[in-house]
Design a protein around this ligand. Structure first.
Ligand code: SF4
Length: 469
């Protein structure tokens, strides 16, 4: 049984889940390799290419992707191994982040320590270990300069401190991977929120009902532990006198009654604060590890398009849109917004803090546009707010995301007929469009425009649904 660095990190996060993947891969609910993960993986390869060109230019004696394997089953592919002129051997671990991460879910030091231990057990001594990552202060200016883009952080001393403990963990992971069976009862993650449970939660906890205490938004660890200790998982079993907040109790109430809990007068008050013409506005953005746009830093997010539906008091609806066709800072986009958005009326977004933050960043990039962008933010209304307390349906499963709310309220309006169906694929498509032949670029552009348009049309329909209440 082979144990790679990825397996080892998996083991550290959860031995049980690691065991299932190694011993019963058919039962492991891997799901789709999400677009987001694909993007991260591709960005990792891209950074590796710049590391390769850095070393090739330097003329140093290095090997890329050298494999180390041991008889006990450890397997490592080192990003770069350098046999230095002074006689030492250095290991370089490449990351697409802008710093060395040491948190529990992403610990670069553990990654590098695994690589070193594996290389040494395979017979290759390692004298120094470096994490190669991106320099957050780098701003693209023409062709990428690997010397300015990359930062080399010497982590040899930190790795030395971790080595004893990591070697023991590696041995435990190897031993577990050879075990025929494990205790399958319950998961420690019963005490964690849904966001912290893994794909295998349902495999180890098949009796947890679909609408469970994990559907309660922002449930405190104390209350979760209390429910678990009393064997309360089904929302319908949660006692009415529980110490939950008002909005949490609404989710429970909706589950018990099997219907939405609607506060019509609060919705009426919310709608009365909206002024005509009503602008339904949504940005799509792009970000990449290695900056694609001149003037951008690693991972900096920029708007690349927007959709705008304009609803007049008489019910007429108009649509405007903009898609950036070049890799450049979005000044033209802001100017089109200025032409499309009048000085009166509310601007409705879903999870408006996202649009507001982008506007604030653009105001820093283009100070002469700051008054316009600040004024937009002052007029912005967040439609998502209604679904936190005033319209709560257990069918949203404790979420207020537009992708959960829309299919319940407006089932006829879906994203399923679109070529682009989420923000990550929009980023991918936009990057492809930039280098595509004209015909393909045009069809990608159409797909992007239709996707963003659907987002604002969804808001219009949800708004109309609320008005009809
Ligand atoms: S949900 Fe269960 S299997 Fe998954 S990480 Fe948590 S404890 Fe492990």
């Amino acid at each position: 049984m082979r144990v790679t660095k990825t397996d080892f990190i998996h083991y550290l996060n959860c031995p049980k889940s690691f065991w299932l993947l190694k011993r019963e891969p058919d039962r492991y609910p891997t799901g789709d390799f999400s677009l987001f993960l694909q993007k991260i993986t591709r960005e990792g390869f891209e950074v590796e290419e710049y590391v390769r060109s850095f070393f090739e230019k330097s003329g140093r004696a290095v090997a890329f992707q050298q494999v180390f394997e041991t008889d006990e089953g450890l397997y490592a592919r080192a990003d770069v191994i350098e046999h230095s002129a002074s006689g030492g051997t250095f290991l370089y671990e490449v990351k697409s982040s802008t710093s060395v991460k040491t948190d529990q879910s992403t610990n670069h030091l553990k990654d590098a320590c695994f690589q070193k231990i594996c290389a040494e057990r395979a017979g290759q001594d390692i004298d120094r270990v470096y994490i190669v990552h991106l320099d957050a202060s780098y701003k693209r200016d023409g062709l990428i300069d690997p010397e300015k883009l990359l930062k080399f952080t010497d982590v040899t001393e930190q790795i030395a401190d971790l080595e004893g403990e990591t070697a023991m963990e590696i041995d435990k992971a190897l031993a577990l991977s050879r075990k025929e069976t494990i205790d399958r009862d319950g998961c420690p993650c019963l005490y964690k929120s849904r966001g912290n449970q893994c794909d295998t939660f349902r495999v180890f906890n098949p009796k947890i009902p679909p609408h469970s205490i994990y559907s309660i938004p922002r449930l405190s660890a104390r209350l979760r532990a209390d429910f678990v200790s009393r064997d309360i998982f089904d929302l319908r079993d949660v006692p009415d006198e529980s110490d939950l907040t008002e909005s949490q109790l609404l989710v429970v109430k909706s589950a018990k009654r099997g219907r939405p809990i609607v506060n019509v007068s609060a919705i009426k008050a919310f709608l009365s604060r909206i002024n005509f013409p009503v602008y339904f506005f949504d940005f799509e953005t792009f970000a990449s590890a290695v900056p694609l746009i001149n003037g951008a830093s690693p991972h900096r997010q920029f708007p690349i398009q927007y959709s705008l539906h304009i609803l007049e008091r008489n019910g007429s609806l108009a649509h405007c849109e903009y898609l950036e066709r070049e890799a450049r800072l979005p000044l033209d986009l802001i100017e089109k917004m200025q032409a499309d958005i009048g000085s009166q009326g509310s601007i409705i977004s879903w999870h408006a803090s996202f649009e507001k933050t982008r506007n604030k960043e653009l105001a820093v990039d283009f100070p002469h546009k700051a008054p316009f962008l600040d004024a937009l933010n002052a007029r912005m209304v967040d439609l998502e707010e209604v679904f936190k307390t005033d319209y709560v349906d257990i069918e949203f499963d404790g979420s207020t995301s537009i992708k959960r709310v829309l299919p319940i309220l407006c089932p006829e309006l879906t994203y399923s007929d679109l070529d682009v169906q989420d923000g990550t694929s929009a980023m991918e498509a936009w990057q492809r469009m930039l280098s595509a032949e004209p015909d393909e670029a045009n069809s990608i552009a159409q797909a992007l425009l239709r996707y963003c348009e659907r987002d604002t049309l969804a808001m219009v329909e949800i708004y109309r649904f609320l008005v009809a209440l």
